[in-house]
Design a protein around this ligand. Structure first.
Ligand SMILES: Cc1cc2nc3c(=O)[nH]c(=O)nc-3n(C[C@H](O)[C@H](O)[C@H](O)COP(=O)(O)OP(=O)(O)OC[C@H]3O[C@@H](n4cnc5c(N)ncnc54)[C@H](O)[C@@H]3O)c2cc1C
Length: 325
């Protein structure tokens, strides 16, 4: 990492951080984004092999707020997202019912496509995990995992609440409100059957089982053609099975998949991923946090709720509040 100072350092290249960053950059502010992983998107995540795509974080997103609707329309025009017309059902102990009718969108070719579009032309530093934040002489001093140090006038954290809290624990104006937020984990299992499963749905919200979601990735626009399935476990089950190994999780979730559809399945190679902070249980109840004396801002889905739309609106609202000052 070669950056040594900037106006605004934004930590986290998920949709909240990148929305905030792009709004500030458009207003001429020197923004640097720092992301611990190798790519943009955070929990909007798609893995790709040569033939197959797997969405293993957010499965789709919905649109309620007019500001988000306007942005989604632009992304749609640019080909970064598209409506998913898959057949989505509710499964109650093997009984199937069509789920509520609503317009569902997905990023294309993968869930992080909108984040990639937001990041275009911006300076995003990957493999840059922030370890600590110090305040001295009216400036922020940031230390990253590779021991690099950075000086910034303002810092914005766009991370899941518990990860943000760790970094700002000694700043009570923001730490106190964040500590009321609760987030839950989620085990995700990715399956690649060698022959088609011939199920009569593309997505299912599962009730009364360890599973909460079953989704056929290749039914979504822009995905590679090979049939692949994503399973999500419920929050409770994920919490109770945090220490299970990958193989046990895959086996138990495939059994739950069979129970949900009412018949057995062929052996399928699979992988599992544990999301420690997947979804908000109790949100902050305001769009963002900003302490003007500290020049410290915090945004993310958990400020408003638990969805992609909440993350976008939180990042945007924080940027606008900063620009209006
Ligand atoms: C399993 C699962 C299913 C979901 N299903 C849906 C759904 O169907 N519909 C829906 O609307 N939403 C869904 N969501 C929620 C949705 O994904 C989130 O609301 C949204 O992606 C949050 O965006 P964000 O920018 O706030 O945070 P994130 O996407 O979490 O971005 C935070 C970023 O910060 C980075 N980071 C963390 N710590 C550091 C550090 N110390 N230094 C540098 N970088 C760091 C992370 O790597 C990450 O890229 C789901 C999420 C999961 C996990």
């Amino acid at each position: 990492m070669t950056v040594v100072k900037c106006d605004v350092a934004i930590i986290g290249a998920g949709i909240a951080g990148l929305t905030c960053a792009s709004q500030l950059a458009q207003a001429g502010i020197h923004v640097e984004v720092f992301e611990k992983s190798r790519g943009t998107g955070g929990r909007m995540a798609t893995k790709r092999s040569e033939e197959a795509s797997f969405d293993y974080g957010a499965q789709y997103f919905t649109v309620r707020h007019p500001t988000f609707a306007k942005q989604v329309a632009q992304w749609e025009l640019g080909g970064h997202c598209a409506a998913w017309g898959g057949s989505v059902v509710d499964l109650h102990h093997g009984r199937r019912q069509l789920a509520s009718k609503q317009l569902r969108f997905v990023g294309q070719p993968g869930m992080n496509a909108m984040c990639r579009s937001l990041a275009e032309g911006m300076s995003v530093n990957f493999r840059a995990r922030l370890l600590s934040l110090e305040r001295a002489d009216q400036r922020w001093w940031l230390t990253f995992e590779d021991h690099t140090q950075l000086m910034a006038n303002m810092v914005i954290l766009a991370l899941p609440a518990p990860q943000a809290l760790k970094l700002v624990a000694k700043f009570p104006s923001v730490a106190a409100p964040i500590s009321s937020v609760r987030m839950a984990p989620c085990w995700a299992v990715l399956l690649a059957p060698t022959r088609t499963l011939s199920l009569e749905f593309d997505g299912a919200h599962v009730h009364n089982l360890p599973l909460s979601w079953i989704g056929r990735n290749n039914s979504k626009p822009g995905r590679l053609p090979a049939e692949t399935w994503t399973l999500h476990a419920t929050q409770d089950w994920s919490q109770r099975h945090v220490h299970d190994n990958e193989e046990d999780v895959i086996n138990q979730m495939v059994v739950a998949f069979e129970e949900a559809i009412g018949h057995s399945l062929p052996h399928m190679p699979g992988k599992a991923h544990y999301w420690r902070y997947a979804q908000t249980l109790s949100p902050l109840g305001q769009d963002f946090l900003f302490d003007p004396a500290l020049q410290l801002g915090i945004c993310g889905d958990w400020c408003r709720g638990k969805r992609v739309e909440d993350a976008f609106l939180s990042g945007r609202a924080l940027a606008r509040a900063i620009l209006e000052r």
